[in-house]
Design a protein around this ligand. Structure first.
Ligand SMILES: NC(=O)c1ccc[n+]([C@@H]2O[C@H](COP(=O)([O-])OP(=O)(O)OC[C@H]3O[C@@H](n4cnc5c(N)ncnc54)[C@H](OP(=O)(O)O)[C@@H]3O)[C@@H](O)[C@H]2O)c1
Length: 256
């Protein structure tokens, strides 16, 4: 007998990093997943579909209002409602000192992180309001709580997402729209692992030493894998009581 889906979750950027691992886990836990996104996301969903899963996907330019609205209109033809919305879109894009950051650089980081979260979040919110609510999960960062060197625009964008969470939660409460944000520390995504391995080939240090230095930045001396974030995501997709929170998952890194 076919297993019934637990809930329908719309995922923005299911194709790389944390989003990729979470998408696989949600499918295996019998969530119906619909993806929206760009090239990486489409390629990953195609692979999942070739491997026997069944995931709908709609292409979307996250930073274009008309593209996001159009993508939601297409998703509405696939499902009458969504129970959850997860937005993985984001990234620091570059490391630059303040004096080297052009206005174009600054706006680009805000567009990829903040504008995308607002646009996708707003469309999800409007839709959920019509269907007695749902659970929204944004992605912030510890960099939005405490600055990281050469990451000023990213920190600004993530701090704004943390605040966006509070407004979504305040206004969404009466419509049963639960909104929270996950603020991770450094996550060992495939891209970060590749970057660290490359760094090791370019320096005297070994990959293991570089990873140990990262671990030493938190009091628990541990690294954070995308899998470690999944239980929190599942909780935030199903909770009706955790609301308006920015939850750090960083092994206490920010305390030190
Ligand atoms: N990894 C970490 O250490 C870490 C730490 C703290 C917070 N976070 C946050 O957690 C979320 C997921 O992180 P991740 O490392 O898994 O992300 P990622 O794989 O680096 O990127 C996620 C997706 O964002 C979209 N994206 C990235 N840069 C873009 C650009 N310049 N223009 C348009 N789209 C762009 C892409 O979507 P498509 O493939 O669909 O085009 C990409 O696959 C992000 O919001 C990130 O800021 C990550």
């Amino acid at each position: 007998m076919a297993q019934e889906y637990q809930k329908t979750v719309l995922i923005a950027a299911p194709g790389s990093g944390i989003g990729k691992i979470v998408t696989e886990r949600l499918i295996k836990d019998y969530f119906r997943v619909i993806g929206i996104g760009g090239k990486n996301s489409k390629e990953f969903v195609d692979v999942l579909n070739q491997n026997g899963y069944s995931i709908d996907f709609v292409e979307c330019d996250y930073t274009s209002e008309s593209s996001v609205i159009e993508a939601f209109n297409e998703v509405k033809l696939l499902t009458p409602k969504i129970d959850g919305l997860l937005i993985f879109v984001g990234g620091s894009l570059f490391s630059k000192t303040i004096e080297d950051i052009s206005y174009t650089d600054f706006r680009q980081v805000l567009a990829v992180n903040l504008d995308s979260t607002f646009l996708i979040g707003r469309e999800g919110y409007i839709w959920m309001k019509e269907h007695n609510g749902g659970n929204i999960v944004f992605f912030g960062s510890t960099t939005g709580l405490r600055p990281s060197m050469k990451k000023m625009p990213y920190g600004v964008a993530k701090a704004a997402i943390h605040n966006l969470t509070l407004s979504f939660a305040l206004e969404g409460a009466e419509y049963n729209i639960i909104t929270n944000t996950i603020a991770p520390g450094y996550v060992m995504t495939d891209r970060h692992v590749d970057e660290l391995k490359y760094k090791a080939t370019e320096s005297e240090d070994t990959y293991e030493n570089i990873v140990n230095k990262i671990k030493s930045k938190n009091p628990m001396k541990q690294s954070l894998d995308p899998e470690d974030i999944y239980p929190l995501i599942k909780l935030l997709l199903t909770t009706s009581h955790i609301h308006g929170q920015v939850i750090r998952i960083d092994s206490g890194q920010i305390l030190g």
